[in-house]
Every structure is written in structure tokens, then in C-alpha cells.
Design a protein around this ligand. Structure first.
Ligand code: PGA
Length: 251
């Protein structure tokens, strides 16, 4: 299965020229890499990124979010149709930072439908807030997965990329990343939930990425298992010291 390196540039950089520089660096590093690299710039930079990224099979443009509905009087949102017109192929939906701002499982579900119906691929983020010794988090996690994919047809779920992103492992405040074993366990767990609760027969074909404090030094460890199909990276995406290690991990 094609391994994926999804780079979420978030809102770290505030100067367009700095974002341009990172995008160019990513495009240069991607040459010779076996990964499918997906660059998700801040929304105001999507159009320019679409022009800066060379057209290549293994280099794609992504967006960090999308409006839940179609076009219309929705101030401050970005429609899926416009993103598609700007050459976006992948859209992150349900990122924990959007969920923390009030996005519900039902919103994420609608966004998945909107992205799919506009011919793009959703990268659907799921993950627990924290873990407890008695593994109760697995129940809430299961509920989240079920609600996120509720009512979607099997082929629609199979068209999604899922990113397992434990919230406790994301961002500068994270104490640690998940371990590669934890990432594999949860990738398998997601596959099991899709099979048993969401009716996905061919659940092994759904791609599951890991995200949360991935950097140039630990990336390779997560890719050692065939059950982890790639990485969703935040902070390290804009760090010129970390980027070469990220790409090198996809041998
Ligand atoms: P991080 O973020 O790599 O900075 O932990 C990952 C993410 O939020 O997708």
C-alpha cells in the first residue's frame, strides 16, 4: 500500500514568504521520496500552494478544514467546491483542534460527505483525549469512530484516510508521542471497529495514519509496521531541521 506523509502546516507561520519557502523545501525533498506527500497549508495560502507545487503523482495539495455545507451565505468558511477548484485533493476533517473549537462528530460526518461528494479524499482524524489504566478510553474512542462514520456506505468509508491522533500526543504540550506499538494497536483497533461496528468488510484496505509528535528522528519507527500506512505531521512540517528526516523515513 502506498505510504503517506501528510504535512499539516497549521497556523504556525505568519508571513507568506516563510510558508512559500517551506512549500518549496517540501517539493524539493519530495523528489526521490517514495511517500505520497500531501501538503496542507494555511487556508489563505491554498491557492498559491496549488501553483507552487509541481504537478507530480506523489505530491498533492491538501486543506486543513472545509465548510460543512455547500456554497452560499456562509461568511468566513471555505467550500469544498472552491477547494477542489484550487487543486485540493485531500482535506483534513475532524482534527482535534477543530473538535476542541466545537466541531461535533455529526459535523465531521457531514464534512466527510461534502469532501467525498466533491471528489476529494477526507483525512479523518480520530483519537482519545487521554488514557486511563482501566482502558475506558477505548469505549469513548469506539463511540467517536462509530459516530464519525455513521450512515456512510462501505465504499465511502473505504475512500477515507483515517488518522489516529491521540490528543495527549499532539502539539508542544504533549509529554510524548505514542509509541510505535501503541500506534499499531490503535490502527488495528480502528480496523476492527470499522469491520464490526461500521460494516466494512474489506476493512484491511482502509489506510490508517499515525499523528502526534512525529519528527525526523522517530518517523521511521512508526513506519516499520505494515498496519501504519503513513504519518500526519504538525510541528515538524515547518521545521527545516526535521523535514529531511521525515522524508528519509519513507525508504
Ligand atoms: P504535532 O501535530 O505533530 O505537532 O504533534 C500533529 C497534528 O496535530 O496533526
Amino acid at each position: 500500500m502506498q505510504k503517506i506523509l501528510a504535512l499539516n502546516l497549521k497556523t504556525y507561520q505568519t508571513q507568506a514568504k516563510d510558508i512559500e519557502k517551506v512549500i518549496k523545501k517540501i517539493a524539493a525533498l519530495q523528489t526521490g521520496s517514495k511517500a505520497l506527500s500531501i501538503v496542507c497549508p494555511p487556508m489563505p495560502m491554498v491557492s498559491l500552494a496549488g501553483k507552487l507545487l509541481p504537478r507530480k503523482k506523489l505530491l498533492a495539495l491538501g486543506a486543513q478544514d472545509v465548510f460543512v455545507g455547500e456554497a452560499g451565505a456562509f461568511t468566513g468558511t471555505s467550500s469544498a467546491a472552491l477547494l477542489k477548484d484550487l487543486k485540493v485533493q485531500y482535506v483534513i476533517v475532524g482534527h482535534s483542534e477543530r473538535r476542541a473549537a466545537g466541531e461535533t462528530d455529526a459535523d465531521v460526518n457531514k464534512k466527510i460527505r461534502t469532501v467525498l461528494s466533491n471528489g476529494m479524499t477526507p483525512i479523518v482524524c480520530v483519537g482519545e483525549l487521554e488514557r486511563d489504566a482501566s482502558h475506558r478510553y477505548l469505549h469513548t474512542f469506539t463511540d467517536q469512530v462509530i459516530a464519525t462514520f455513521a450512515g456512510l456506505k462501505e465504499f465511502e468509508i473505504q475512500s477515507c484516510i483515517i488518522a489516529y491522533e491521540p490528543i495527549w500526543a499532539i502539539g508542544a504540550k504533549a509529554k510524548r508521542s505514542a509509541t510505535p506499538d501503541e500506534a499499531v494497536e490503535m490502527a488495528l483497533f480502528i480496523s476492527k471497529v470499522l469491520h464490526e461496528q461500521c460494516g466494512v468488510k474489506n476493512h484491511q484496505s482502509v489506510q490508517v495514519l499515525y499523528g502526534g509528535s512525529v519528527n525526523g528522528s522517530n518517523a521511521e519507527d512508526f513506519l516499520a509496521s505494515d498496519h501504519v500506512h503513513g504519518l500526519l505531521v504538525g510541528r515538524a512540517s515547518i521545521d527545516p531541521q526535521q523535514l529531511p528526516g521525515l522524508f528519509a523515513a519513507f525508504k
